[in-house]
Design a protein around this ligand. Structure first.
Ligand code: ATP
Length: 480
């Protein structure tokens, strides 16, 4: 798999240097796999979230949004299967005390084999692992690790514990008495908040099948192997939509949502060859069909979004555990049924990483007599944290006053940034590094003819335009 670790590291450094993403509690040496979004990262993330939200609830007349609580009744997670099944097989190295997810440990070894040119051995190892995982054969997995002499990267030994299941949900206590009955979970996915509100929304919104419920919110998973920056975090955000359909129509809706979600991904200005579908061969027992949309990150093709045809499994389980009917009366066919569900589930943070990976470019601008380069984030205008920088050429001669007037007009429609310090070239480069698609410079000619120089981030071209045109140009770019 082609990876570009240098690019990945460069993106991480850039994110820190330019106020996109910081490690959580950095002054205390950070908290593993938890990150904070800075002044520019939070704007980028919000723009992506808003764009997804609008795409779902505004562009589709039959999808509404909700905002459910993170804490839910503990029985929710029994019904959903998370208490019993939301776990990964783990193994500990007895010498280093380091814990590994078994599949990650074996996959890392397989990657090493591939690098050594041992392609057949790699394929055989992965195949054996898949077979054993499918059968939940933990003894077999341990034997596979031992037979392949897979060692811990910290201790360098192959002194392993048995393979055990490890639940990924975080739990805490509700109320002040710490007794078992009060144990509740931080939700590991947002979907269940939608399922338990299915009837509330259907009835109060008078929704007719097919219809969808969308939600964006935090989810928490005690990921064991939590590296790769914001790709795998312990606290992250999901954007999920459950689409409720008549049983028997799920195949066509599954195909519809596959196509619709891919269209959305392409609308981020990312080319089709950077995406691929990964159809699941091994399905959960209740699932009809499932696939992932994978993006070609600098660390290889990886999942950004899952699309699942989940039959009536979730609503049936909630009906069973809550003893409340989860049925819908379909007036078109005069029948009561539990709807089937197509789910689209995308990680917001992974989408931020995808957009950053796609946008990040280091460009060599050297000429015969001058060495030069720039780092630019080529965000689509609609996602850029700052849309317009307003730059007076100098701090005097009334230029800042005109620039301020432009700011006052434009900031009502989109986010602008004012800067008068440093040479203009330096200011342009700083805006490139933040991904600002447009800069306008106010100079002495502005005082004479009410025009400014607009400078385009991607082409670095400049042209003169009337002040009155600025808003239109930028709004048009944002709407694309
Ligand atoms: P993975 O196989 O990478 O662990 P998953 O298949 O468990 O992911 P889902 O449960 O389908 O993921 O969650 C839907 C989406 O939520 C994923 O496609 C991903 O974008 C995002 N997501 C899941 N876990 C994490 C995490 N730990 N950190 C960041 N995003 C996550």
């Amino acid at each position: 798999m082609a990876t570009d670790n240098n690019k990945f590291q460069a993106i991480i450094s850039h994110c820190k240097e330019y106020g996109f993403i910081f490690q959580s509690s950095e002054i205390y040496d950070g908290l593993s796999a938890v990150y904070d979004y800075g002044q520019n990262g939070s704007e980028l993330k919000r723009n992506i979230r808003d764009y997804w939200w609008r795409s779902m609830t505004q562009f589709h007349e039959n999808i509404v949004g909700i905002d459910a609580a993170i804490f839910m009744h503990p029985t929710t997670w029994k019904a959903s299967g998370h208490v019993d099944n939301f776990s990964d097989p783990m193994i500990d190295n007895k010498d280093s005390k380091k814990r590994y997810r078994v599949d990650h440990l074996i996959e890392a070894h397989a990657e090493k084999l591939a690098l050594e040119g041992k392609k057949e051995q790699e394929a055989a190892l992965l195949q054996s692992m898949d077979n054993l995982l499918a059968k939940d054969d933990f003894d077999g997995l341990k034997k596979l690790i031992e037979d392949n002499n897979i060692k811990c990267s910290v201790s360098g030994t192959a002194n392993w514990t048995d393979v055990r299941q490890f639940n990924l949900m975080f739990s805490t206590q509700l109320g002040s008495v710490s007794d078992e009955a009060n144990e509740i979970y931080l939700r590991p996915e947002t979907a269940q908040g939608i399922f338990v509100n299915f009837l509330n929304v259907q009835k109060t919104g008078r929704m007719k099948i097919p219809f969808g419920i969308a939600q964006v919110g935090k989810a928490f998973r005690n990921e064991i192997v939590a590296r790769q920056f914001i790709f795998r975090m312990r606290e992250f955000e999901q954007m999920e939509m459950q689409f409720f359909v008549r049983p028997g129509t799920q195949k066509e809706w599954y195909e519809y949502w596959k196509a619709e979600r891919m269209k959305w991904h392409l609308s981020l200005g990312i080319s089709a060859d950077k995406y691929r579908f990964h159809d699941h061969v091994k399905l959960a027992f209740y699932a009809d069909a499932a696939c992932d949309i994978e993006y070609d990150f600098p660390i290889g093709f990886k999942e950004v979004e899952g699309i699942h045809s989940r039959t009536d499994h979730d609503l049936s389980r909630h009906q069973e555990f809550s003893k409340k009917k989860m049925q819908y009366f379909d007036t078109e066919i005069n029948q009561n049924y539990i709807p089937y569900v197509i789910e689209t589930s995308i990680g917001l943070d992974r989408t931020v990483l995808m957009v950053l990976s796609e946008a990040y470019a280091e460009e060599d601008l050297s000429t015969a007599d001058k060495q030069d380069s720039r780092v630019v984030l080529r965000f689509p205008a609609k996602l850029a944290p700052i849309k317009l920088a307003v730059l007076p050429l100098t701090k005097k001669d009334g230029l800042p006053e005109i620039a301020r007037e432009i700011m006052d007009t434009c900031k009502k429609s989109f986010r602008c940034f004012y800067e008068e310090k440093d040479a203009i070239g330096k200011r342009y480069r700083r805006m490139d590094a933040l991904g600002t698609p447009f800069c306008v410079t106010v100079d002495h000619q502005t005082k004479e003819d009410n025009t400014v120089t607009i400078r385009y981030r991607d082409s670095m071209q400049q042209e003169r335009i009337p002040i009155a045109e600025i808003s239109r140009i930028i709004n048009e770019a944002i709407d694309q």
